[in-house]
Design a protein around this ligand. Structure first.
Ligand code: PEP
Length: 226
């Protein structure tokens, strides 16, 4: 199973999100090879949209095998007087995954390990699979996490993707449990995706900027075929 995770960040309007979903649906609907890959659990696509758009997109992807929605964050609180928070309980009937601990949240919102741990606990206790982003060896890996996205800060949003060898070295150093899904994220695009897929060491990709264009995102999936 190979994962392709789109992270739209805060870069898209509601109209754009709806157009994206239509265009992407049409693209994958016309690709019989991809349909087979999705139906045979070879590929899983996770679209991590801003909170308000998750509900708009729910119907579009509801009955498609191996296409899921994810959030880009989740509240560390269960419920209560926490104005502005979006909790796992609110999202659990709509999403299957949640990105947690993205480097942009650690940086701009000063998220610390304790908060990240509580977010992971919240996701897990509401049947949402956390996708934990780590920047390297210093970031803590919560024992409940089954999907790790290694996202070196120098590579995220910069166009300077880390090369396969460096990514594999990091994977070795992390000493992950055998069943952990290991994702790479950092400036992946249709031109460089192939360089990562040769070894089978990387189980998928978290894609920011290149996921904003449905055709580019689709092309990454297609170009990953060996
Ligand atoms: C990301 O947002 O997690 C990311 C990897 O972004 P980009 O692909 O733009 O580097």
């Amino acid at each position: 199973m190979k994962y392709f995770i789109a992270n739209w960040k805060a870069r898209i309007t509601a109209d754009q999100a709806l157009n994206w979903s239509k265009e992407f649906s049409d693209k994958i609907g016309a690709d019989t090879v991809l349909q087979t890959e999705l139906n045979n659990d070879k590929i899983r696509i996770i679209i991590c949209a801003p909170y308000p758009f998750l509900f708009l997109l729910k119907n579009r992807f509801n009955n498609r095998k191996n296409i899921f929605l994810g959030s880009q964050d989740i509240s560390p609180f269960d419920e209560g007087a926490y104005t502005g928070e979006v909790t796992a309980k609110m999202l659990q009937s709509t999403i299957h995954y949640s990105i947690i601990g993205h480097s942009e949240r650690r940086h701009f919102f000063h998220e610390i390990e304790e908060t990240i741990g509580r977010k992971i606990d919240q996701a897990c206790s509401h049947d949402i699979e956390p996708i934990l982003c780590i920047r390297g060896l210093k970031d803590k890996i919560h024992p409940a996490v089954k999907i790790i996205a290694y996202e070196p800060v120098d590579a995220v949003g910069t166009g300077n993707n880390e090369n396969l060898q460096q990514v594999i070295e990091m994977k070795k150093k992390l000493k992950l449990a055998a069943n952990t899904v290991f994702i790479y994220g950092g400036s992946v695009d249709p031109a460089d995706i192939k360089s990562y897929t040769a070894t089978g060491e990387i189980n998928g990709f978290l894609i920011g900027n290149a996921s904003l264009d449905p055709v580019e995102f689709y092309q990454i999936i297609v170009n990953s075929r060996s």
